[in-house]
Design a protein around this ligand. Structure first.
Ligand code: SAH
Ligand code: F3S
Length: 480
């Protein structure tokens, strides 16, 4: 995952013009990859209504913000953006502004009261209702739908690929989360966990392959708990018929199905959860060379008391054992983490446990955050947010500094090797260089020569920073 999954990256989404379109929508996405994937579903639903997606808000009849609630800062970013959008509404009184995603779900009707600029509020499971809500908004009636669903997976909608490089794409396989980590707002904003029909997953990937895509990332809050037995919630699996139980498909099986169906495509997935990641998944990764050797495995803390208070259902020792298994079964596997600094009551010693766990794993990279209390979560209701901001920040900085060291250590190990790199785009720093990734998800830049976006190239690594490998292309690669 090259993109911090939780930070606005400023992407503006654009779809090519369709025939007979009369209206224009501008969509801005914040937060996790799932939100970016959802915006592609929203673009598809609106395209059927005659909306064309545009790259600038000033041209739009409809502005949609697909929002994130994961930390307070993410919500503040959206609120600031709404203030900014006021000028567009002044210049175009017919303009409608909608908020989608987790903030819409969390704040519901309150959004209309708090942010006068907002006309439409739609939660993550209600996007199919957008056409009706637009009609309501146009008649100046309240347009809010934040119903969560136990079934909706949008499996029947072919997403419109937005701002695509034509090489990599996201494919949702589950929605929602049942884990109830005490700090996390996602189970409240995205509802119960449900899995998507493997047939529709395979069909979407086939379509991407036909369009020339080379890499897909299977997305879910917790991909390891994927379970398809004919529909319904995972928790109801015990009530399924015996035939349904016998023919059920778990994540390891789904991975194998996708890998076999698309031997020429790279397959990634995110996010893995240590409590659910099975040895079967590791063996499946090892078996298929087109499944990328990279796992994003958030741990949040290295201390058992804090892990328990977070309702993470594994211990430090179990996590380390899982890491040992990864190292044994998939040598050279790239690993990344999410970490939270300053969870309520965390002591200095407990913070040191986080640092020592990081030393044990030596992750390739990580996403690191200061604890942010989220209204309605168990942590907010039960635990005082008692770690001073300055302490949180200092601990976070220590975590980040250690990760920098580990990242540099990992990238140094690549020097002299000749990995296969899938070219994704021009390097941000130099128009003469391509940027792509190794199977471990490490970014590589190298001179463009005669290679093209979408090529698999064997690259000799000659230098490295903590975040990027610098290489020389040796030729097209037979491997992927
Ligand atoms: N399973 C999800 C996790 C989503 S949240 C996934 O697909 O990645 C992403 C990360 O945000 C979490 O792993 C956690 O490290 C961080 N996070 C969540 N809630 C937080 C909070 N209240 N304060 C700080 N960080 C938080
Ligand atoms: Fe959040 Fe934990 Fe689920 S971090 S998304 S409740 S796995």
């Amino acid at each position: 995952m090259e993109k911090n999954p939780n930070q606005y990256n400023g992407d503006v989404l654009v779809v090519p013009k369709k025939g007979n379109t009369t209206k224009q929508v501008y969509i801005e996405s914040y937060g996790c990859q799932m939100n970016f994937a959802d915006s592609e579903v929203v673009a598809a639903i609106l395209s059927d209504e005659g909306y064309q997606t545009v790259g600038e808000p000033q041209d739009a009849d409809l502005i949609l913000l697909n929002t994130c609630s994961i930390r307070e800062k993410a919500e503040q970013t959206v609120r600031n953006r709404l203030v900014h959008l006021k000028t567009y509404k002044k210049n175009n009184t017919a303009l409608k502004v909608g908020v989608l995603g987790c903030m819409a779900e969390r704040l519901k009707h309150k959004f209309l009261e708090e942010e006068k600029i907002v006309d439409i509020v739609v939660g993550p499971d209600a996007y199919k209702d957008l056409p009706n809500l637009l009609t309501e908004a146009e008649a100046n009636r309240e347009a809010v739908n934040v119903l969560l669903s136990k079934e909706e997976t949008y499996g029947d909608i072919a997403p419109v690929r937005l701002q695509s490089n034509g090489v990599t794409a996201f494919v949702s396989i589950t929605r929602g989360c049942d884990n109830m980590c005490t700090f996390c707002v996602v189970p409240f904003t995205r509802g119960r966990e449900r899995s998507r029909d493997p047939k529709s997953i395979l069909a979407e990937i086939q379509q991407l392959a036909d369009q020339g895509f080379k890499e897909i990332t299977l997305l879910g809050q917790n991909v390891d708990s994927y379970l398809w037995y004919g529909g319904g919630l995972k928790k109801d699996f015990t009530k399924a018929s015996s035939l349904q139980q016998q023919t059920a498909i778990d994540f390891a099986q789904l991975l194998a199905l996708v890998a076999e169906a698309q031997p020429k495509m790279r397959i990634r997935f995110s996010t893995s959860n240590p409590q659910d990641m099975s040895i079967d998944v590791l063996h499946t990764m090892a078996k298929y060379n087109n499944i990328c050797k990279y796992i994003h495995l958030p741990v949040q803390s290295g201390n058992n008391r804090i892990l328990k208070k977070m309702n993470r259902l594994h211990t430090r020792e179990e996590y380390m054992e899982l890491i040992d298994n990864v190292r044994n079964i998939i040598p050279n596997c790239g690993l990344s983490h999410d970490m939270i600094a300053g969870f309520p009551t965390e002591t200095e010693e407990e913070h040191q446990d986080t640092l020592s766990l990081m030393d044990y794993v030596k992750y390739d990279f990580g996403f690191m955050f200061a604890y942010s209390e989220r209204p309605g979560t168990l942590a907010a209701r039960k635990f005082e947010d008692d770690i001073p901001e300055a302490t949180k920040k200092r601990r976070l900085n220590e975590i980040i500094a250690l990760q920098q060291q580990h990242s540099a250590h990992r990238t140094q190990q690549f020097i002299g090797t000749t990995p296969t790199v899938l070219i994704e785009k021009s390097s941000r720093k130099s128009a003469e260089h391509w940027s792509g990734r190794t199977t471990q998800n490490t970014v590589v830049v190298f001179p463009k020569e005669n290679y093209n976006v979408g090529d698999f190239v064997q690259v000799k690594i000659v230098d490295a920073t903590a975040a990027t490998l610098i290489g020389k292309p040796l030729g097209l690669s037979d491997e992927i």
